[in-house]
Design a protein around this ligand. Structure first.
Ligand SMILES: NC(=O)c1ccc[n+]([C@@H]2O[C@H](COP(=O)([O-])OP(=O)(O)OC[C@H]3O[C@@H](n4cnc5c(N)ncnc54)[C@H](OP(=O)(O)O)[C@@H]3O)[C@@H](O)[C@H]2O)c1
Length: 319
């Protein structure tokens, strides 16, 4: 496993990481299976485990961290994250990035995870209802209190990232060290054109979510919806990816992967990791063998001619 620095911070994360969204405590209810997948992750060198309070309404945090505790993984080995923003109940204040919600939520996350601190605490979205000063100060205070070691943003715009940094610098508050955007072969323009320039300028790392386009880039949907797969289980979730053009692209990528002796999952992950500004690909897995497949990207660097072939497939031109 290769470990990359999270931007200019001193923290190193495994370039392949594991997240809990839709899976642990959700579509995967068998704690033994979660333990087996998490054990494979640890064995494969993954140190970064991504979570959020909203994942299965707290169960994602519980299931994943229970497995890590059960496996007796030393705390210093782990980079644990969680996030706050989405409503956890109907209560008007049980949502968003107000100082009240951020400071109350971190304590509930730590309780569910049974840890004294998380390494990374993310603002799961930007909250236009809260002044930027209040947001930065709340996260800064979470870090200064030791309940998180660093904080990050998720799906923030380039302008919001720059504003948070300028404010933190001017007021002596703690600035975010990482942004978590969606980034894959099938969802790329926003990150490449707007986010990476902003995070690079701010010295932030980027950890990419859904790097396999929720599984589509593995080729598992070439012939329809396999039983039990994410798009079969969640109506509508695959719609944004499952266009005819994307299906053709994914089929065409098989020849590139075959020529390199890779699976399509490994090709897709290596392609995201070709970006220096990306610190980690946050993958999901509902089975041990999926994670085994994805961990196979650990020592892969794509040659320039393969990147060009991929570009032609994705955009119709190698420019
Ligand atoms: N910040 C945010 O707003 C945000 C949003 C979404 C996700 N995330 C983070 O990103 C993480 C990853 O997202 P994701 O789960 O969408 O990532 P992904 O890696 O693109 O998709 C993972 C899913 O694809 C299938 N899969 C994975 N590897 C496979 C393989 N080798 N062969 C066949 N199928 C395979 C599995 O689904 P099935 O077996 O069910 O088909 C798996 O659950 C989340 O857990 C979360 O931590 C963050």
């Amino acid at each position: 496993m290769i470990y990359r620095k999270l931007g200019r911070s001193g923290l190193k994360v495994s370039q392949v990481s594991l997240g809990a969204w839709t899976t642990y405590g959700g579509s995967v209810q068998d704690q033994q299976l979660v333990r087996d997948i998490v054990a494979k992750a640890v064995e494969g060198g993954i140190n970064f485990f991504d979570n959020a309070d909203i994942y299965a309404r707290g169960e994602g945090e519980r299931f994943m961290t229970a497995a890590l505790h059960d496996l007796d993984v030393p705390r210093h080995h782990l980079v644990l994250s969680s996030k706050v923003f989405w409503p956890m109940s109907d209560d008007v204040n049980d949502r968003g990035l107000s100082r009240k919600h951020v400071l109350e939520s971190i304590d509930m996350t730590l309780e569910r995870m049974q840890v004294d601190y998380v390494d990374l605490y993310f603002a799961h979205r930007y909250d236009p209802e809260v002044p930027m000063e209040e947001i930065v100060e709340a996260f800064s205070d979470v870090v200064r209190s030791g309940r998180a070691l660093y904080w990050g943003t998720s799906e923030w715009s380039a302008a919001q990232i720059a504003e948070a940094h300028a404010l933190a610098r001017a007021s002596g508050m703690v600035a975010p060290v990482v942004e978590q955007p969606q980034y894959s072969m099938l969802y790329r323009e926003r990150v490449e054109q707007q986010i990476l320039p902003a995070t690079t300028a701010a010295g932030m790392g980027v950890v990419a979510w859904s790097p396999l386009a929720m599984g589509m880039l593995t080729g598992k949907y070439d012939e329809g919806l396999p039983e039990g797969s994410r798009f079969a289980q969640n109506e509508g979730m695959g719609e944004r990816y499952m266009t005819e053009a994307n299906k053709e692209r994914v089929r065409a990528l098989k020849a590139v992967a075959d020529d390199l002796g890779l699976t399509r999952a490994q090709l897709a992950l290596a392609w995201v990791l070709r970006q220096e500004g990306v610190s980690s690909v946050i993958t999901g897995a509902t089975r041990v063998n999926q994670l085994e497949d994805n961990l196979g990207v650990a020592d892969v660097t794509l040659p320039a001619d393969a990147i060009e072939r991929i570009e032609t497939i994705l955009t119709g031109s190698a420019d």
